[in-house]
Design a protein around this ligand. Structure first.
Ligand SMILES: C[S@@+](CC[C@H](N)C(=O)[O-])C[C@H]1O[C@@H](n2cnc3c(N)ncnc32)[C@H](O)[C@@H]1O
Length: 433
């Protein structure tokens, strides 16, 4: 049975180091360890492992050593594992990551929402590595090495310099060394924010954030870089947002071209995004007479393909520029049954009078969830609701609303949209009868 061994007492310079057993793993792949009436969360551990840990916070501990490993533990593939905070899942094989997350997400939904004895989810796997078409890199100035590019360490403000990343598509990795060269030409006093990379059409795109106005010299350096690397270059500085090179970015979803501006949200995993859109079409069992409501619509990733199958779609998105882009996307793809509105879905007034005229709803909120919107949808008794979530915890909280209004969970799925990481995409189909 579980035993704990006290090794050292805690002080600022001499933190508590203890030996314990990992009693469980939560849906974010964090290990749960009980020690002296306290519960600690630690990364890089697996269920039932015997580990040595260091206390790093009120409820946080850091793995020092695995004393008895779970047989499923494998050697991480990434050279930055343990430094970069990105891919904690890679101590497990690709399949095991989803196998471990599935019961934890199920438990979370059952715990928070009131739904009991859920059936196991359908699982969608995708690619293990090289799947991401979007990334955001931090920049910082190092007094010895100049401007650096990298990712944040887990649970820390520290940054890790990287030359390549195994979850990124090759086209994006190929841009990192030349981008590092571009940054080397910037002066120490430059006010650089982050850099975003997009694998998109007609060519990859770079977005640079500056917290001052772009100087003439910086404009010349970025333009030269873009021409040499054959990428679009977009700058968001204190004064404006503009393309220095290129004028359009889009991705293909089946036969549809979905245009966006660098900085807009787009789904990171193209293969699984396509499967997720197909899943939405099938599960909502769309018909020619349906009036659909697409909430948190972005630039139309779901709106456009689903519009082809229904009578009409009302799409609501919080950022006006993205709603405008959705109107343009509808025109470019010759879809004239879409009404794209801009509004804050945290405000109950945004949906006033809308849900009553709707047959089916798709919600795809950000990590904060869709509490207010789901309340309006459920109150109106909309027959079929598909909730797509990148944070299962806020979704589980929101599902309590659907439960309160008598909705049933018909099916649910986990989509391995962010393989190797602690994140997972969850899709739940709710029906009012
Ligand atoms: C996960 S993205 C989904 C976008 C789109 N469905 C897609 O698949 O590309 C969530 C979207 O919700 C929008 N959003 C976030 N908070 C919102 C709010 N309070 N009201 C309306 N839209 C919001 C974001 O701007 C973002 O476009």
């Amino acid at each position: 049975m579980v035993q704990f061994y006290k090794i050292k007492h805690s002080s600022k310079n001499n933190p508590t180091v203890f030996k314990g057993f990992v009693s469980a793993i939560d849906h974010r792949l964090q290990g749960i360890i009980h020690y002296q009436q306290q519960t600690y969360f630690a990364q890089d551990v697996l269920p039932e492992e015997e580990v040595q840990l260091k206390v790093t916070g009120k409820r946080k501990a850091q793995l020092l050593k695995v004393l008895q490993a779970d047989p499923r533990r494998i050697k991480p593939a990434c050279q930055y594992y343990g430094q970069c905070g990105g891919c904690q899942g890679q101590i497990l094989s690709f399949d095991e990551q989803l196998n471990l997350k599935a019961p934890e997400v199920k438990r979370l939904i059952e715990q928070l929402s009131g739904y009991e004895q859920l059936m196991p989810p359908q699982l969608f796997y995708g690619q293990d590595w090289r799947y991401r078409r979007v990334t955001r890199l931090a920049t910082w100035f190092d007094h010895r090495r100049g401007w650096q590019l990298g990712f944040r360490q887990s649970q820390s403000k520290q940054l890790v310099q990287i030359d390549s990343c195994l979850v990124l598509q090759e086209s994006l990795n190929a841009l990192i060394p030349p981008l590092q060269g571009l940054l080397n030409a910037f002066s120490k006093s430059a006010k650089l924010g982050h850099v975003e990379l997009y694998d998109c059409l007609p060519q990859p795109a770079v977005r640079l954030r500056l917290t001052s106005a772009l100087t003439a010299k910086q404009r010349q350096l970025c333009t030269q870089f873009a021409n040499e690397q054959q990428v679009s270059f977009f700058v968001s500085d204190l004064k404006s947002e503009q393309y220095l090179v290129g004028s359009d970015c889009y991705y293909q979803l089946g036969e549809l071209a979905i245009h966006f501006t660098p900085g807009d949200f787009i789904q990171v995993n193209p293969l699984l995004n396509e499967q997720m859109v197909q899943l939405a079409q099938q599960w909502l069992a769309l018909k020619g007479e349906d009036r659909l409501l697409d909430l948190y619509s972005g630039v139309g990733n779901f709106t456009l393909p689903l519009a082809k199958q229904v009578r009409s779609v009302v799409a609501i998105e919080g950022i006006e520029r993205m709603s405008e882009q959705l109107r343009v996307n509808a025109k470019l793809n010759q879809l004239n049954n879409i009404k794209a509105l801009s509004g804050d879905l945290d405000d109950p007034k945004t949906l006033a009078g809308i849900c009553e005229t709707i047959d089916k709803v798709l919600l795809d909120p950000a990590r904060s969830g869709a509490q207010t919107a789901l309340e309006s949808v459920a109150k109106a008794g909309v027959k079929a609701v598909l909730y797509i979530a990148c944070d299962p915890a806020t979704m589980a909280r929101d599902l309590a609303i659907a439960h309160k209004y008598g909705y049933k969970i018909q099916r649910w799925a986990l989509i391995n949209m962010f393989s190797q990481t602690s994140h997972v995409e969850t899709v739940v189909l709710l029906s009012a009868d």
